[in-house]
Design a protein. Structure first.
Length: 92
């Protein structure tokens, strides 16, 4: 079974969470946080943007593995296909 790693970085401090793709994870975005989803080969996966949310889908595109929601003053910046991290920023 595949295992994915969600890396969250806030103010230079990173935490990692191992995820089973059978258990979708929904996260409320934190201000200043950067998110990366890494597969078991070490590749950084690119999320799909949906409104003010980002979601990473299973490789077949069927179900989200991780869904990061952003409300109110936080919006998630678009993520480049180069694997840049998603960063919530305050709206102006």
């Amino acid at each position: 079974m595949k295992v994915y790693t969600l890396k969250t970085t806030i103010n230079g401090h990173s935490t990692v969470q191992k995820l089973n793709p059978a258990q979708a994870v929904k996260i409320q975005a934190q201000a200043g946080a950067q998110y990366e989803l890494i597969d078991e080969t070490g590749a950084v996966l690119t999320p799909m943007r949906e409104g003010n949310s980002l979601k990473w889908l299973l490789p077949d595109g069927s179900e989200p593995i991780v869904w990061i929601e952003s409300y109110g003053e936080q919006v998630l910046m678009p993520v480049a296909s180069s694997g840049e991290m998603a960063t919530p920023v305050a709206q102006t």
